[in-house]
Design a protein around this ligand. Structure first.
Ligand SMILES: Cc1cc2nc3c(=O)[nH]c(=O)nc-3n(C[C@H](O)[C@H](O)[C@H](O)COP(=O)(O)OP(=O)(O)OC[C@H]3O[C@@H](n4cnc5c(N)ncnc54)[C@H](O)[C@@H]3O)c2cc1C
Ligand SMILES: Cc1cc2nc3c(=O)[nH]c(=O)nc-3n(C[C@H](O)[C@H](O)[C@H](O)COP(=O)(O)O)c2cc1C
Length: 742
C-alpha cells in the first residue's frame, strides 16, 4: 500500500512504525514542513494505563521511550499557603523532542521515508496515494481543504495559557493557585526529563489583560512569570520555546474520513491539556487505525471501522476535558473552599476520578477528606460522606440520600392510596434520609393527569397522614411534600399513555403565564389574570397548611419542568407585558409571591426547598447564569435549599444528558450564591454520591430512577461500603446475610 502522511508529529510517526512492522512492503512517506527536532512544547505525559497500551502495541518503541521517562506518583496542590498531596497517580513524562527522536529513528530503521522541509499546500497533490493521513496537527491543512466533508467545529475557550519550561525538577505533578493584584493564576507543572519541567501558566482573560500580557512578547512573559513565581521556581529560570499566550481550542469533526483521506491526532480532535496529553490521543489513534487496516483490507471499510472504534473513547475523553477546562475557567468560584476540599474538588473535576478511585490510589488522602467532611475526631470511625447527617432548620436527615419526587399517576381525584403507601414506605425502609412525594397538586384543575395526587380536600390530608405516620414510625427517614400546579402541562395523559399529551376526552381548562400551548396540538392555556393569581396563591397556602397537618417534615415548591410557576420564570413560556413578564425579576415576581405566602404559614422550624430548572436546553431560554440569579432571589426570600433540576420547559428542547448532567448547575449555585443545594439527574452510584458531596458540589444527592429500580438503594450502598446500617427489626436476619450475585 502507498501511504502518505501529512505532518510528522507523533500520530503520523507512530502509525508509520506500526504499518511498516505489519507489512514492510508498504511504501510510506511522511511530509513534514519543519525539521523533526524543530519542535514546540516541552514534555508530554503518559499515565500508567496509557503506557500499558503503548507497550502492547510496539514493545521496542515503548522500551526506547521508557528509557527517557521521568516517573511520578504524587499530585501536589499548592493552595492558600498549604500543600495538599495525593499519591498513587502513576504518570510518566518525556520530552517531546526525545519522543520525536525515538519515533523518527524507529521510522528510519524500518524504511519509512521522512521528507522534511516541505509544507503541503494542497493535499490533492498526493492523490496517487492509497491512503492519505491528515496528521498535520490542530491547524490542519488537510482538514481545512476537505472542511465540507469532515464538518469541523472549533470552540475557542476564554482562558489564556502559555506553555513554558523550567529547570526546576518538580518531584510531583504540581498545581499552583496564586493570586496577585491582577487576579488568580493557575500553574500546571511536571517534570518531563531529568532536570526539566513543563510549566503551563493559565489565567482568565480579565486577569491576563490586567497584567498586560495581551501586549507581552515572549521575553516579557518570561520576565513577568519569573517574578510572579519567584518563590515557586526556587531560583530556577523559565524557558521559552515559541511560548506565546494562546486560547485553547476544542476541535471536533463530524466525520474523520473522506474517501481515502483520514484525520488522526490533533487534526481530528483536541482535548484540553489538563486531562492528559494530546500526544496520548494521537498515538492511540495511530494504534487503532493501524489495527483496523490490518484487520480489514478494504481501506474504506477499515477507515469506518477505525472511526467506529475510536470515536466513543475520544468523545468520552473530550467530555471529561470539557468539564476539566471549565473547572480551570471557573477556579475563582472554588477559592473559598477549605484546602482539603479544594484539592478533592480539583482531583475529581472531570468525573473520571471518583471518591472510590482515589481510595484505591491513596486511602489515607480519602480518609483525611472523609474525616474532615464528617468533622469526626481522629480516633472515631469515619462514615462515608453519604452517611454524614445534614440539618436544615430543625430537621436533621440521617444521611444525604434523597428519593426524588416521582409521579405515579395512580391516584383518583388526588387521593393517595395503598400504592403510594407501599411505594413511599418501602423507599423509607430502604434507608434514604429523605423521601419525597410525587408532585402533588394544589387544586383539582392543577393536576397534570387524572392520576395525580393532590392536597386540596380534607380526605387528602388523611390519606397523606397515614403515609407520613408510617414513614416516621417505621424508618429514620424524613418525608417531604412537593407541591405544584401543572399549568399549561395540565389535563394530560398518564406517563405510560402519552406523556404531556392532551387527554382524549374529559379535559379541564388550564392556565399559564401566557397562552402558549405545550405542543401545537395541546390545549391553549388561559393567560392568568390577577384574580387567577390570587386563587392559585390561596390554593398553595391551603395545601401547605394541609401538608403541615399531615405531618410532613419539609415542603418543596415546584418551580421547574415547565409547570405553572416555572412557566412564569422561563422567557420561552412567559410573554407577559405586565409586571409579571419581561425581566427575570418580573418573571420571578409571582413564583416568589407564592413562596412568601407559603413560607408564612409553613412552620418556622420546618425547612422549605424549591425545585428549579437551571437551564431550558433551548435557544432563548434559561441559562445556568439565570439560575444563579433565581437561587439568589430564593435565598433572599428565606428558601433553605435549592433542588436543582433542568429542562422540560418546551417540547423541542435538546437536553445534554450524561452522568451527573445537572450536578454542575447545583455546584455553581452552591458556590456563587452560598445556598445549600440538592443535585439530581443521572446520579446512580454511591461513588458518584460520595464524590459530589465530598467535593462540595451539593449538600444532598437526589436519585429518582435508581430508587424505582432498587427501593433499598441506600441499604445496598451501605453494605457495599461496609458501613453498618442495621435493618429494621422484622428484617434483622439480614444483618448477617451475605447476598450472592444474581
Ligand atoms: C505550543 C504547544 C505546546 C504543546 N506542548 C505539549 C506538551 O508539552 N505536551 C503534550 O502532551 N502536548 C503538547 N501539545 C499538544 C500536542 O503537541 C498535540 O496534542 C500532539 O502533538 C498531537 O500530535 P499530532 O501528531 O496529531 O500533531 P502535531 O504534533 O501537532 O504534529 C503535526 C505536525 O504537522 C506539521 N504540519 C502542519 N501542517 C503541515 C503542512 N501543511 N505541511 C507539512 N507539515 C505540516 C507540523 O509542523 C507538525 O510537526 C502542545 C501543543 C502546542 C500548540
Ligand atoms: C417516573 C418519574 C416521575 C417523575 N415525577 C416527578 C415529579 O413528580 N416531580 C419532579 O420534580 N420530578 C419528577 N421526575 C423527575 C425526577 O424527580 C428526576 O429529577 C429525574 O428522573 C432525574 O433523576 P434520575 O436520573 O435519578 O432519574 C420524575 C421522574 C420519573 C422517572
Amino acid at each position: 500500500m502507498k501511504i502518505v502522511g501529512i505532518g510528522g508529529g507523533p500520530a503520523a510517526l507512530y502509525f508509520a512504525i506500526l504499518m511498516k512492522q505489519a507489512d514492510p512492503s508498504h511504501e510510506i512517506t511522511i511530509v513534514e514542513r519543519n525539521r523533526l527536532d524543530d519542535t514546540f512544547g516541552f514534555g508530554v505525559v503518559f499515565s500508567d494505563a496509557t503506557q500499558n497500551n503503548l507497550a502492547a502495541a510496539d514493545p521496542d518503541t515503548y522500551a526506547e521511550m521508557a528509557s527517557h521517562f521521568a516517573h511520578w506518583d504524587n499530585i501536589d496542590i499548592h493552595y492558600r499557603g498549604q500543600v495538599i498531596t495525593s499519591g498513587g497517580h502513576g504518570f510518566s513524562g518525556l520530552s517531546r523532542r526525545a519522543l520525536l527522536a525515538v519515533l523518527g529513528r524507529r521510522c528510519q530503521a524500518l524504511g519509512v521515508c521522512i521528507e522534511t522541509g516541505t509544507e503541503v499546500k494542497d493535499p490533492a497533490d498526493y492523490a496517487d496515494a492509497d491512503l492519505l493521513l491528515g496528521a498535520d496537527g490542530f491547524n490542519s491543512t488537510v482538514r481545512a481543504h476537505y472542511a465540507e466533508q469532515f464538518g469541523p467545529t472549533m470552540d475557542e475557550r476564554p482562558n489564556k495559557f502559555v506553555w513554558l519550561g523550567t529547570t526546576r525538577p518538580f518531584p510531583a505533578f504540581t498545581f499552583y493557585f496564586k493570586r496577585d493584584t491582577h487576579g488568580l493564576w493557575r500553574v500546571h507543572a511536571y517534570q518531563y526529563e531529568k532536570g526539566h519541567s513543563t510549566f503551563i501558566v493559565e489565567a482568565t482573560d480579565a486577569t491576563w489583560r490586567a497584567a498586560g500580557m495581551h501586549k507581552a512578547s515572549e521575553d516579557d512573559t518570561i520576565a513577568f512569570c519569573e517574578a510572579l513565581f519567584k518563590e515557586e521556581l526556587q531560583g530556577h529560570r523559565l524557558l521559552k520555546n515559541r511560548s506565546l499566550w494562546r486560547s485553547f481550542v476544542t476541535i471536533k469533526n463530524a466525520r474523520w474520513s473522506h474517501g481515502n483521506v483520514v484525520l488522526v491526532g490533533d487534526a481530528a480532535h483536541t482535548a484540553h491539556f489538563s486531562v492528559g496529553s494530546g500526544t496520548k490521543l494521537a498515538i492511540e489513534d495511530a494504534i487503532a487505525l493501524a489495527a483496523a487496516l490490518r484487520r480489514e483490507p478494504d481501506i474504506s471499510k477499515a477507515l469506518t471501522a477505525y472511526e467506529t472504534e475510536r470515536r466513543p473513547a475520544v468523545e468520552s475523553l473530550q467530555r471529561a476535558a470539557q468539564v476539566s477546562l471549565q473547572w480551570f475557567e471557573d477556579t475563582e468560584r472554588y477559592m473559598n473552599l477549605e484546602p482539603l476540599q479544594f484539592a478533592f474538588n480539583l482531583l475529581t473535576r472531570s468525573l473520571r476520578i471518583t471518591h472510590d478511585n482515589l481510595k484505591v490510589r491513596d486511602p489515607e488522602f480519602v480518609e483525611r477528606i472523609d474525616r474532615w467532611f464528617a468533622a469526626t475526631p481522629p480516633s472515631s470511625p469515619v462514615p462515608p460522606p453519604m452517611f454524614v447527617p445534614f440539618t436544615l432548620r430543625e430537621m436533621t436527615l440521617v444521611n444525604r440520600i434523597v428519593v426524588s419526587p416521582m409521579c405515579q399517576y395512580i391516584a383518583e381525584d388526588g387521593m393517595p392510596n395503598d400504592w403510594h403507601l407501599v411505594h413511599l414506605g418501602s423507599r423509607a425502609i430502604g434507608g434514604a434520609g429523605l423521601v419525597f412525594t410525587e408532585m402533588t397538586d394544589v387544586s383539582r384543575e392543577g393536576r397534570i393527569s387524572p392520576g395525580c395526587t393532590g392536597l386540596y380536600s380534607p380526605a387528602h390530608v388523611e390519606g397523606w397522614k397515614c403515609i407520613v405516620d408510617f414513614v416516621h414510625s417505621n424508618s429514620q427517614a424524613k418525608i417531604a411534600m412537593q407541591l405544584g400546579h401543572a399549568g399549561r402541562k395540565g389535563s394530560t395523559q398518564r406517563m405510560w399513555e402519552g406523556m404531556d399529551e392532551p387527554l382524549p376526552s374529559g379535559n379541564w381548562p388550564i392556565i399559564s403565564a401566557s397562552p402558549l400551548p405545550y405542543y401545537p396540538h395541546s390545549q391553549v392555556p388561559k393567560e392568568m389574570t390577577r384574580a387567577d393569581m390570587e386563587q392559585v396563591r390561596a390554593d398553595f397556602v391551603r395545601a401547605a397548611e394541609m401538608a403541615d397537618e399531615a405531618g410532613f417534615d419539609l415542603l418543596e415548591l415546584h418551580f421547574a419542568h415547565g409547570y405553572l410557576l416555572a412557566s412564569f420564570i422561563s422567557p420561552l413560556t412567559n410573554r407577559r407585558t405586565d409586571r409579571y413578564g419581561g425581566s427575570l425579576e418580573n418573571r420571578m415576581r409571582f413564583p416568589l409571591e407564592v413562596f412568601d405566602v407559603v413560607r408564612a404559614v409553613w412552620p418556622a422550624q420546618k425547612p422549605m426547598s424549591v425545585r428549579i430548572s437551571a437551564v431550558d436546553w433551548a435557544p432563548g431560554g434559561m441559562q445556568p447564569a439565570d439560575a444563579v440569579e433565581v437561587a439568589r432571589l430564593l435565598k433572599a426570600h428565606d428558601c433553605d435549599i435549592t433542588d436543582v433540576s433542568a429542562g422540560q420547559t418546551v417540547a423541542d428542547a435538546k437536553p445534554q444528558y450524561g452522568r451527573q448532567f445537572q450536578t454542575p448547575f447545583a455546584d455553581r449555585i452552591r458556590h456563587e450564591v452560598g445556598i445549600a443545594t440538592m443535585a439530581v439527574g443521572n446520579i446512580s452510584s454511591y461513588q458518584d454520591v460520595n464524590t459530589i458531596l465530598a467535593a462540595g458540589r451539593a449538600d444532598l444527592c437526589v436519585l429518582a430512577r435508581a430508587h424505582l429500580w432498587d427501593p433499598y438503594w441506600t441499604r445496598h450502598a451501605a453494605y457495599e461500603q461496609g458501613y453498618p446500617l442495621p435493618w429494621p427489626d422484622p428484617y434483622a436476619t439480614l444483618n448477617k446475610y451475605r447476598p450472592r450475585p444474581l
